[in-house]
Design a protein around this ligand. Sequence first.
Ligand code: MG
Length: 202
Amino acid sequence: MKIIAIGRNYTAHIAELNNERPSSPVIFMKPDTAVLRNNAPFYYPDFSKDIHFEVEILLKINKEGKYIDEKFAHKYYDEIGIGIDFTARDLQSKCKEKGLPWEIAKGFNGSAPISQFLPKSNFDLQNLDFSLNQNGQQKQKGNTSLMLYTFDQIIAYVSQFFTLKKGDIIFTGTPAGVGPIVVGDKLEAYIEEEKLLEVEIK
Ligand code: MG
């Protein structure tokens, strides 16, 4: 499976990192070795001193497709989840300065904790609250109505370049409030009122 992630999909987060508003979705990928399942802990790596959390809604692709038309995109996922796009902000800033790819800042081991997946029919996908707590304090709160690109637009765009396969996961972008983690932190991610993911930083 592969992980495709969307950057700069929420206006307030674009502003907090002084990024430009994109004219098409910003895409990057993480390898399958980035995935953490079953609330496994995250081990803070030596190569960064500034790892940030970014909570994001996830889509799980349910069948193969490419050049998917936006109006059929909803047929390619029937479950959603929540995940954290861990980002080594110090490495990412260096890569950005030099105009280099971000992979080492985004795709390292354990950089993609993911929850279980739930049927999308349980939710109002156009108006879905999600949030992240750090040590019991809410740090990020998003609503999917604030996305620049909808789930279906993301699938249509991404599938032009990459054939989507069953089991692939799409990270759909983070709202404002991203911040650093330290060893000993406990992160909790929620869709609506339901806690679906916990990650301890070790
Ligand atoms: Mg992100």
